[in-house]
Write a protein that binds this ligand. Structure first.
Ligand code: CA
Length: 154
């Protein structure tokens, strides 16, 4: 793993369950319900969790899959963006909006770009490095990252 890579994993908490539900309603695989950014070669991570954006380690997530930072994306910019968000609150509003979005036929997604839920943080960090994703970061689920990025060969 290299700083700037992304990881996805299964999260058993209620936030993860809600994200998994959203994924399944969008006909995505609902297994991966958490995501974060690798910021150190020792497995250090930055993740948006319910308690806020925190530093953690990949070892806290058994079964996590590391996804390669896409070619051409500036890894340093990805890492600096992620580190700059540490201490921010979690974007609970976005989860509620994603819930409404699942129930209504409209394309009504989170517009609060200043605070993040897990995969929104990872997608926005990649975008800060120049990544062009298929979906806006505020509508990106962990399953989208898994679909769009290349898993690291282990
Ligand atoms: Ca947001």
């Amino acid at each position: 793993m290299t700083p700037g890579d992304i990881f996805v994993c299964h999260s058993p908490g209620w936030g993860g369950r809600l994200i998994g539900l959203g994924e399944r309603l969008r006909r995505l695989d609902g297994h991966f319900t958490h995501a974060g950014v690798l910021v150190g070669s020792d497995g250090s991570t930055v993740e948006a969790e319910a308690r806020g954006v925190v530093r953690s380690n990949l070892s806290a997530h058994p079964g996590a899959v590391v996804l390669k930072c896409p070619a051409g994306v500036d890894r340093d910019a990805v890492v600096s963006f992620a580190l700059a968000q540490v201490g921010d609150r979690y974007d609970f509003d976005a989860l509620i909006l994603l819930g409404i979005d699942c129930l209504l036929p409209t394309n009504f997604h989170d517009t609060d770009r200043g605070v993040f839920f897990c995969s929104e943080l990872a997608a926005t960090a990649l975008a800060a490095g120049g990544w062009k994703s298929l979906k806006p970061p505020s509508a990106t689920y962990p399953a989208d990252l898994y679909k769009e990025l290349q898993p690291l060969a282990t």
